[in-house]
Write a protein that binds this ligand. Sequence first.
Ligand code: ADP
Ligand code: ADP
Length: 233
Amino acid sequence: MIQLQHLSKTYEGSAETAHHALRDVDLAIADGDVFGIIGASGAGKSTLVRCINLLERPTGGRILIDGRDVTDLSGKQLLELRSSIGMIFQNFSLFQQRTVLRNVTFPLELRHEKKEPREKRARELLELVGLGDLADRYPSQLSGGQQQRVAIARALANNPAIMLCDEATSALDTRSTVSILKLLADINRDLGVTMVVITHSLAVAQKVCNRIAVIDGGRIVEEGLTAEVFANP
Ligand code: ADP
Ligand code: ADP
């Protein structure tokens, strides 16, 4: 369970330009949810999601994960939190100089896992995402959809309980979008990974999310079951 309580984030500028990216956000994301965060560009979606793994520090409020207040974590405990949360991005963020396999082993190298077990694990993950044959390619040799699969495999390397997806399909064509959404839904169902899905696309939200929060100007303006949110007049 992820709980955000009275969360706020102000990016400091001068007094006039200080920007309130989040204002008093309360949100509860249950284990096993595919939770959509939707809203226009600049609404605060990325800031909200980046607070969950503390890539952004909130300027007010608390973040609880499984009941534990993580808001002020630092050092080793912060690294442990981050490694229990996978993240994927719109632009894939792969290491261009590393093969597909060595992109996926990267998080395991950080944890000083030995070469043989980490490569075994990476190959299993590449099978899972349907790229078993492409382990020795480089990212530039893959399609966008394939690159996002590599990023998903890398995000799963540490067995995360939570995955944060920031516009994960926004750079993809319709066909790749459908197949990546299906993969994310399978991972949610089969591995029980809680997904937080940022999207500006109502179609994407409607397709994969069981719950949705709509954010506007840094505030949650609507929240509920997907069917209920979209049923509103
Ligand atoms: P997107 O619209 O695709 O989410 P953005 O252009 O909003 O991407 O943000 C890209 C990066 O730039 C993020 O890391 C964000 O924190 C940062 N960023 C966005 N707006 C500003 C800003 N006004 N000043 C400084 N950094 C910003
Ligand atoms: P979204 O993901 O919904 O596009 P963001 O969370 O990226 O929105 O941004 C919310 C607001 O905060 C935007 O107005 C953006 O310009 C601003 N912002 C984001 N990151 C930064 C930053 N690092 N510095 C200053 N302003 C930022």
